[in-house]
Design a protein around this ligand. Structure first.
Ligand SMILES: C[S@@+](CC[C@H](N)C(=O)[O-])C[C@H]1O[C@@H](n2cnc3c(N)ncnc32)[C@H](O)[C@@H]1O
Length: 298
């Protein structure tokens, strides 16, 4: 892999169709929905991964997003990091994957022993149970083909302070649309810390928001859009490493005109004006960019 910067082209929807179909199927099973550009982000990152079976990976700013579950299905051991606590991770994830906390308090006992049971929680539990049985039947068949399922280790922690992770210990870091929730100064600290824990020769594969000119903050999604100069400086990408920022306008036009993304917005966009696509109106204000940064071997 080489260092590079790539604004994500909508052609990924076609070229990575089999990965995208797999991601969609997993999302249905887990009852998750995708952010408006996430299929581009996920498929761009996955395209660059070799066999991850047995790899020690970090999903940086993972939330409960699809990437960590996808990687665990492929046999990776994933440290799932987010400053938002997942200590009360939903049973649907616990039943289907090997999940543990990195520290004692990172994952609470999932017994849900909070007292009485009402009708609606009983219904939800029954539905979860039926889904789990269906899923296990499918994955048993699948794991016979693809080997073991990896683990997801929950670590509720800020990415600037990964005190429990030793230097040079991680094969690959992935970050799906998460690092842009840091100011340029904050992002700089995050990248330093991710490079510290990465093995020499390992890579960060991250997607963020791109800005044509100056860095700017997109209030509704609470995310930054970064210029090429800022990304090169923060990720320490040399001036001869490739970038397609010169095609910014053309790529943005293809994104705006893309019917597939436009017609498949997740339901949550229609519920509020405070998101990346306020009230479900197709009106992209920025475009996603992928960063590949390989840690030097020296
Ligand atoms: C838009 S969500 C994306 C979640 C996930 N990657 C996905 O694909 O659904 C961004 C997440 O990044 C996390 N995040 C951003 N900056 C972080 C930081 N410095 N430390 C820990 N988590 C961070 C946020 O808490 C949030 O959960």
């Amino acid at each position: 892999m080489r260092d590079r910067i790539e604004i994500l082209p909508v052609s990924l929807l076609e070229s990575e169709k089999s990965t995208i179909d797999e991601l969609k199927a997993l999302a249905v099973e887990l009852k998750l929905e995708f952010g408006w550009h996430y299929l581009l982000d996920l498929s761009w990152i996955i395209r660059q991964l070799d066999n991850v079976n047995g790899q020690k990976m970090i999903d940086a700013g993972a939330g409960t997003g699809v990437m960590q579950w996808y990687l665990a299905n492929k046999g990776a051991n994933v440290i799932s990091i987010d400053r938002e606590s997942r200590a009360n991770l939903a049973p649907k994830f616990r039943r289907r994957f090997q999940v543990a906390g990195l520290r004692e308090n990172d994952l609470r006992d999932g017994s849900g022993s909070s007292g009485g049971i009402n009708q609606s929680s009983l219904k939800t539990r029954m539905a979860d149970l039926v889904d789990a049985v269906k899923y296990e039947t499918k994955t048993r068949a699948r794991s016979a083909d693809h080997g073991n399922t990896g683990k997801v280790i929950i670590y509720n922690q800020d990415l600037t302070e990964l005190n429990d992770i030793p230097d040079d210990s991680i094969d690959t870091v992935v970050a799906v649309s998460s690092l842009e929730h840091n100011s340029p100064d904050g992002l700089e600290k995050v990248v330093v810390e991710l490079l510290r824990v990465l093995k020499p020769g390992g890579a960060i594969l991250a997607t963020l928001g791109a800005a044509k000119g100056e860095d700017w903050y997109h209030e509704p999604s609470q995310g930054w859009c970064y210029s090429e100069a800022t990304l090169r400086r923060i990720f320490d990408i040399s001036s001869d490493a490739p970038s397609n920022y010169e095609q910014y306008d053309q790529l943005f036009k293809s994104l705006m005109d893309n019917e597939e993304l436009k017609d498949n917005l997740a339901s949550f966009y229609f519920n509020s004006g405070n998101n990346g696509m306020p009230w479900g109106k197709w009106d992209p204000q920025y475009q996603p960019v992928g960063m590949a940064k390989v840690k030097s071997e020296e």
